[in-house]
Design a protein around this ligand. Structure first.
Ligand code: ADP
Length: 273
């Protein structure tokens, strides 16, 4: 092997140098640390944009571990995760995929929205989630035993409630789970004010609006306004964009194509600004 081609730290690109801003909502930090101590595979469930990814970034930084994040989608293949042979000047050479890098060298691997991946892709994680903690690279004929610091975290949004997009019980029962939701009102206000650099008063008004939209979930809206959307709206308002235009762009149009639901959302915006 040509050692000069082996990077000193294959996970250098995945290290988090600066402390990510994370405002805890409950006991999630302590609970996660217990799960980490045992390297339990972890499932984070909760609506989109409520802080799951930021939490994982913060925990990886706190524990001093590199973080390999992969947003799952239906075009993703097992090779995209584990790696493949690629042609280079010397012929074909094996390239570890991001999951293999994490398993081999000891990173936290975060598979965001894991239900978006096809079943034949998700099965590759099964042997990593039980006592074996290993990853078979079938094409290469290698069995990679996980580094002691490897941990697998997956996220999923139970709100979509489509059976095609549900996590299979055979996958799901392999994980310890932490439930996330939008943060409590005061905490969410603090987060929105911080992230959008707006006043607490404006952030509080946005958060009150979001909480009303979340009540529309029983009336046909798949999801209410997320913390992320509030931050986008706040950023536009800080730039001087009219509050109604800001909310229309970042909330109403983003959430629904349905005329009646859009009307209901606009009425809530009008009552708030
Ligand atoms: P998810 O992964 O659940 O879809 P994110 O973690 O990407 O959501 O959260 C969306 C945005 O909301 C983040 O980029 C961050 O700005 C903000 N955010 C949400 N929750 C928190 C929190 N508890 N502390 C700090 N920022 C948060």
């Amino acid at each position: 092997m040509n050692l000069s081609e082996t990077p000193a730290d294959p996970l250098a690109a995945y290290r988090i140098a600066e402390q990510p801003y994370y405002r805890p909502s409950a006991r999630e930090v302590a609970l996660y640390e217990h799960a980490w101590r045992h390297r339990l595979p972890l499932l984070l469930k909760g609506p989109t944009g409520c802080g799951k990814t930021r939490f994982v970034e913060y925990m990886a930084w706190k524990l001093g571990r590199p973080l390999v994040t992969l947003a799952c989608n239906e075009d993703m293949t097992a090779a995209d995760l584990v790696g493949r042979y690629l042609l280079d000047t010397d012929g074909t050479r094996w390239h570890d995929g991001p999951l293999t890098l994490a398993v081999r060298h000891g990173a936290i691997c975060y598979l965001d929205e894991v239900v978006e991946a096809r079943q034949d892709t998700t099965v590759v994680i099964h042997p990593l989630t039980d006592a074996r903690r290993m990853l078979p690279l079938d094409k290469k004929g290698e069995l990679v035993h996980a580094h002691p610091d490897f941990q697998l975290i997956v996220s999923y949004n139970p709100g979509y409630q489509s059976s095609a997009k549900d996590l299979k019980p055979s996958t799901r029962q392999r994980f310890a789970a932490l439930a996330f939701d939008y943060p409590p009102q005061e905490v969410e206000t603090e987060i929105v004010a911080h992230e959008a650099s707006i006043t607490t008063e404006l952030a509080a008004r946005l958060v009150r609006l979001a909480r009303r939209t979340r009540e529309l979930r029983q009336q046909g809206l798949d999801e209410g306004v997320s913390t992320r959307m509030l931050i986008y709206a706040g950023q536009l308002m800080r730039d001087g964009v009219d509050p109604r235009d800001s909310c229309d762009m970042t909330m109403t149009q983003a959430l629904t194509d349905d005329h009646d639901l859009a009307g209901a959302l606009r009425a809530l915006v009008d009552a708030s600004f």
